[in-house]
Design a protein around this ligand. Structure first.
Ligand SMILES: Cc1ncc(COP(=O)(O)O)c(C=O)c1O
Length: 462
C-alpha cells in the first residue's frame, strides 16, 4: 500500500491549525491567527502560493530563501524522482557517492581559489563545521563575529550571533567568541591583534536588518585576517547561489575567503543541505590521516537526494540565467523603492543587492505621524512593520516579513525567477500600503492595538 501525501494533505488540511496547536508549536499558530495569516496555503508554484480558496499570493520570503528557483521547480523535482527511481545505493558510508563528487567539483568551479567541500544537512551545521575546522586548522580557540550577525541556532552558531532574543534562556555559550561592530575595521584589528583568533565569521550582507558591507570593509578585513593568521569565513548561506545578483555576494567586492558556507537554496528548497567550501590546507588538518578519515561527519551528509537536487539547482541557475534575472529585477526593485523613499516620509532607507532588499521605516517629520509612530513603538518595538505587512497580505496578496527582532525593516527575498509583472505587483502594492499608512495613522494605531490585544488574549480564545 502506498501513501498518497497529496490526498493526506487535503484530508488533514482543515485540521492543520488544531493539529499544530495540540502537537507542535502552539505559539506560532497564535501568531498566524493574530495577524490573519491563517489562510491555509495549499499549493506552491514558482514565486507564488495559493490558499485554500485558490487565491494567488506573491511570496517575498521564499521559505527564508530556500526557494531561489521558486517552489516545485520541475528540474529539481525530476532530479529527485530520478534518484528514487534509480534505486541508487544511497549512504553506504563504506563507499563514496559519485553524485557528491560531481556536486563538489561543480561548486568549486565557481570558487576556483578553494579546493575541498564538506557537505552538511543545514546552514547551522555548516557553521558548526566551519568553527571546528578553523580551530583544528589554526590551533586557536578564538572566533570573532559581527554585531547583528545571524548564523543559525545550534550552540556554536548561537554563540556567534548578535541577537539577544534568540540567546535568552540558553546560556552559557561557546567560550572565546568576541563580537565586533559590523563594518568597524578598528575593532576588528584590535580583536585579531591578540593572535588568539582562529576565524572571523561574516555575512557579506547581514540578513538581519539587511545591512550591506561597506565598500572596502571585506577587502580590508581579509587583509587583517592574513596579517594576524586568522581564517576568513564568509557565511553565504543566505546571500550565496545568486541571491545578490552574483554567484557569491563576496564577488561584489572581489574577496576570496578561506571558507565559504552555503545551504538554503542549494537543494532547490526540497532537501536539507549545506556545504563548507574550503582550502585544502584547512581540510587536511581535520582529515589528516586514515585514522581521522571520519573525524567529522554526519549520518545524512552527502545523501543522494540532496546531491542530485544540488546538481539540478546549479544546472537551472546556469541554463535559465537565474542569477542574471536576480540582478536585473533586483536593480529594478531597488530603484523603485529608492524612488518611493523620496515620496514617502516613512521610508528611512533602502538597502541591499540583487533580490535581497531591506526597506527601513522611521518616524516622520509631521507631528501627527510622529505621534502614531511613538504610540506604536510604545506598544511594541517591531509593531510598525506589521502595519505594512498585514495590509500587504490581506489587500494585495503579498507575503513579506520583518527583517529580525525589534527592528523596523521589511525584508524582500523572493524567488530569483520573478518577472517584471511580479515587480509591478510589488511596487504597486507597497506604494499603496505606505501611502495609506501616511494618510491614516489612526488605522495603523487601531491595527497595532488589535494585534497587541490578540497577542495577550488567553490561550483558549486565541
Ligand atoms: C546567514 C545564515 N547563516 C546560517 C543560517 C542557519 O541556517 P539553517 O537555518 O539552515 O540552520 C541562516 C538561516 O537563516 C542564515 O541566514
Amino acid at each position: 500500500m502506498s501513501l498518497d501525501a497529496g490526498a493526506l494533505f487535503a484530508g488533514c488540511e482543515p485540521e492543520r491549525y488544531s493539529l499544530h496547536t495540540r502537537y507542535l508549536n502552539e505559539q506560532l499558530v497564535r501568531v498566524l491567527k493574530a495577524i490573519g495569516f491563517d489562510v491555509g496555503f495549499c499549493r506552491g508554484e514558482g514565486p507564488y502560493l495559493f490558499d485554500r480558496k485558490g487565491t494567488r499570493y506573491l511570496d517575498l520570503m521564499s521559505g527564508w530563501g530556500v526557494f531561489a528557483l521558486g517552489r516545485n521547480h520541475p528540474a529539481v523535482r525530476d532530479a529527485l524522482k530520478s534518484v528514487l527511481d534509480g534505486n541508487l545505493p544511497n549512504l553506504v558510508h563504506m563507499d563514496v557517492s559519485p553524485l557528491a563528487g560531481l556536486l563538489a567539483k561543480r561548486l568549486l568551479q565557481h570558487v576556483p581559489y578553494l579546493e575541498k567541500v564538506y557537505f552538511s544537512n543545514s546552514g547551522s551545521e555548516a557553521v558548526e563545521t566551519a568553527l571546528k575546522f578553523a580551530r583544528a586548522a589554526t590551533g586557536r580557540a578564538g572566533i570573532v563575529y559581527c554585531s547583528h550577525a545571524f548564523h543559525g541556532l545550534s550552540y556554536g552558531a548561537l554563540s556567534i550571533i548578535g541577537d539577544e532574543t534568540f540567546r535568552t534562556g540558553f546560556a552559557p555559550f561557546l567560550a572565546d567568541c568576541v563580537e565586533v561592530p559590523f563594518n568597524d575595521l578598528h575593532a576588528l584589528d584590535r580583536a585579531l591583534a591578540t593572535r588568539q583568533v582562529g576565524a572571523f565569521v561574516v555575512e557579506p550582507i547581514q540578513g538581519k536588518g539587511v545591512h550591506v558591507a561597506a565598500d572596502g570593509y571585506l577587502q580590508d578585513a581579509l587583509t587583517l585576517c592574513r596579517k594576524y593568521g586568522t581564517l576568513f569565513i564568509a557565511d553565504e548561506i543566505q546571500t550565496g547561489l545568486g541571491r545578490t545578483g552574483r554567484f557569491l555576494a563576496v564577488e561584489h567586492w572581489g574577496v576570496e575567503p578561506d571558507i565559504v558556507l552555503l545551504a538554503k537554496a542549494l537543494s532547490g528548497g526540497h532537501i536539507p543541505v549545506g556545504a563548507v567550501l574550503t582550502r585544502k590546507t584547512i581540510f587536511d588538518k581535520v582529515f589528516s590521516s586514515m585514522e581521522r578519515a571520519m573525524a567529522h561527519g554526519s549520518t545524512f551528509g552527502k545523501n543522494d537526494l540532496a546531491m542530485a537536487a544540488g546538481l539540478a539547482t546549479l544546472d537551472v541557475l546556469k541554463h535559465e540565467r537565474v542569477i542574471e534575472n536576480a540582478a536585473r529585477t533586483g536593480d529594478r526593485l531597488f530603484a523603485a523603492f529608492t524612488k518611493m523613499s523620496h515620496q514617502h516620509e516613512l521610508i528611512k532607507a533602502v538597502r541591499g543587492k540583487g533580490l535581497l532588499i531591506g526597506i527601513e521605516f522611521g518616524p516622520q517629520r509631521s507631528l501627527k505621524l510622529r505621534a502614531t509612530w511613538a504610540a506604536l513603538h510604545a506598544l511594541n518595538s517591531e509593531l510598525f512593520c506589521q502595519t505594512i505587512i498585514i495590509p500587504l497580505f490581506k489587500d494585495h496578496k503579498i507575503l513579506s516579513q520583518v527583517a529580525g527582532h525589534g527592528i523596523n525593516t521589511i525584508k524582500i527575498q523572493p524567488a530569483l525567477t520573478i518577472t517584471d509583472a511580479d515587480c509591478e505587483w510589488v511596487e504597486r502594492s507597497f506604494d499603496q500600503v505606505i501611502l495609506e499608512a501616511h494618510r491614516g495613522p489612526a488605522t495603523a494605531l487601531t491595527l497595532g492595538k488589535t494585534l497587541i490585544e490578540h497577542a495577550i488574549r488567553p490561550r483558549a480564545t486565541a
